[in-house]
Write a protein that binds this ligand. Structure first.
Ligand code: BES
Ligand code: MN
Ligand code: ZN
Length: 498
């Protein structure tokens, strides 16, 4: 879908479908909705008066101008209560209206920026949210199956603004939105792909193409490379894998050591069977999303490159399958991580922390101002917070925690702080090694974070995204399947850094 920005009156616009909006307290629309209402000889006011249009959230009224304006239909999307309205309301309004337009097989759609007029939001961020909401909603994974007819595609979305002085801001917001939506699509695609396609090799190829497109430095470490780096945790998990493991490092502004360095680390288990500590077969297919952290990091690196952010940003994604195999690592094995910490394996299903341990140690070499890891790490996190509610957040610094909470709220990719008290260390004490890789069922989300904490020596945030990477239900602008969770959060955090 082509995105355009155009100055003019929306009622005069040559599109088949116009999108305007309505707060729930309006009786006589003003602004762009008012202008359309006038051109339609009061049709919208009439529908409000009759109670057919209420402006509540989720409502999309369809009005047929029948020649009164060039468009064949006008969609009036509800914005709900004025004092509850925010950027998420903009994205939801965009989602609801573009879904309706798509269903009605619209080809060329014109919309106003939701929230920029009467909503009182900053024009650029409102424009970004309007376009981002639309693009994220229309995302579809190209499934490998026969379709009876090709899926309908909207050809263009034009943002129409009457006030010429706002055009540059809308253009800028539109560019950001397109960069972000493209990054989210990469992450969603990787999660949606079947695990025989989204292999570590595919992750590496995706990283390669991002590196090429945005001029990032790339390193792809294979088994031998990982062995040279003494990455015992990563290699232990990869031992049973048929697919070759890949330890991927992307670097934006690689040689700019004068810039603040932020490292992003993503768990990249392309399929988690549990290994020898094998998982039950029910719902095991969901474990294709166990590379959701890595997918988010790759998607974020694409956006970082596209926006050319004035930071040195490093993306590290240790990618491997976790399989049961004659060569697989076993419970009772003792493994040495690249910082010489020894780990007693209790469960081979606690594999994420094993590959992250080497990822976190590797991050040290960049002398980072902050390291953020994202991992579909524990079922316990989903039990605590629920599916698609929030990522569990653990941090060594309150200021970092606050920045992530703020970023999460702004983009509606929520994070919620959970405790990392020293007492959790007790649960991962081992008789035979420095620590063990499972602290048992109770407090499993915090003991996993405590495990990771043994490998950091910089300001750090761990995000347990176990409930976030995959969704069984469609939710606003997030279709069923891979959510791309984390991309927008990371980009928002990085854009606001300093
Ligand atoms: N990938 C899983 C965690 C997970 C569960 C992600 C549900 C998404 C949805 C992880 O590798 C795992 O198996 N964790 C174990 C840890 C335990 C063995 C200490 C768990 O949560 O049971
Ligand atoms: Mn596991
Ligand atoms: Zn896992």
């Amino acid at each position: 879908m082509k995105i355009n920005v155009s100055q003019g009156e929306i009622q005069a616009h040559e599109a088949d479908t116009l999108i305007v909006n309505l707060f729930d307290d309006v009786t006589t629309p003003s602004g762009a909705t008012g202008a359309v209402d006038k051109a339609l000889d009061g049709a919208i006011s009439e529908l409000i008066a009759s109670g057919d249009l209420t402006g509540k959230v989720g409502e999309v009224g369809v009005v047929y101008p029948r020649g009164a304006v060039p468009a064949t239909r006008v969609l009036v999307v509800g914005l709900g209560k004025r004092d509850l309205f925010d950027l998420e309301g903009v994205r939801q309004a965009a989602a609801n209206s573009i879904k309706q337009a798509h269903q009605l097989k619209a080809k060329n759609v014109a919309t106003i920026v939701h929230g920029a007029g009467v909503g009182g939001l900053d024009v650029q961020t409102a424009a970004q949210a309007t376009i981002e909401g639309s693009l994220l909603t229309l995302y579809r994974f190209a499934a490998t199956k026969k379709e009876s007819e090709p899926p309908h595609e909207i050809e263009s979305l034009t943002v129409v603004e009457f006030d010429g002085s706002k055009l540059a801001a809308i253009e800028a917001g539109g560019q950001q939105a397109q960069a972000i939506a493209a990054g989210v699509a990469v992450a969603r695609d990787l999660v949606n792909m079947p695990p025989n396609v989204a292999t570590p090799t595919k992750m590496a190829e995706t990283a390669e193409s991002i590196a090429k497109e945005h001029n990032l430095k790339i390193t792809i470490g294979d088994r031998a490379w990982a062995a040279e780096h003494n990455m015992g945790g990563f290699l232990a998990v990869a031992k049973g894998a048929g697919e070759p493991p890949k330890f991927i490092v992307l670097e934006h502004n690689a040689d700019r050591e004068d810039l603040d360095t932020i490292v992003l680390v993503g768990k990249g288990i392309t399929f988690d069977t549990g290994g020898i500590s094998i998982k039950p077969s029910a719902k095991m297919e969901a474990m294709k999303s166990d590379m959701g952290g890595a997918a988010a990091v790759l998607g974020a690196m694409k956006v970082v490159g596209a926006m050319d952010l004035p930071l040195r940003v490093i993306g590290i994604t240790p990618c491997t399958e976790n399989m049961p195999d004659a060569n697989a690592y076993r419970p009772a094995d003792v493994i040495t991580i690249s910082n010489n910490t020894t780990v007693e394996i209790i469960s081979t299903d606690a594999e994420g922390r094993m590959v992250l341990a080497d990822g976190l140690v590797y991050a040290t070499r960049y002398n980072p101002k902050a390291v953020i890891d994202l991992a579909t790490l524990t079922g316990a996190c989903v039990v605590a917070l629920g599916s698609n509610m929030a990522a569990g957040l653990f941090s060594t610094e309150d200021s970092l925690r606050d920045k992530l909470v703020a970023a999460g709220t702004a983009v509606h990719e929520r994070v919620w702080p959970l405790p990392l008290w020293d007492d959790y260390k007790e649960a991962i004490k081992s008789d035979v090694a420095d620590i063990k890789n499972s602290g048992g069922r109770f407090g499993g989300v915090s003991t996993s974070a405590m495990f990771l904490k043994q490998f950091i020596d910089y300001p750090w945030v761990h995000l347990d995204i176990a409930g976030m990477a995959l969704s069984e239900t469609e939710n606003g602008y997030t279709p069923r399947g891979g959510t791309g969770y984390g991309v927008r959060l990371l980009v928002e955090f990085l854009r606001n850094w300093a």
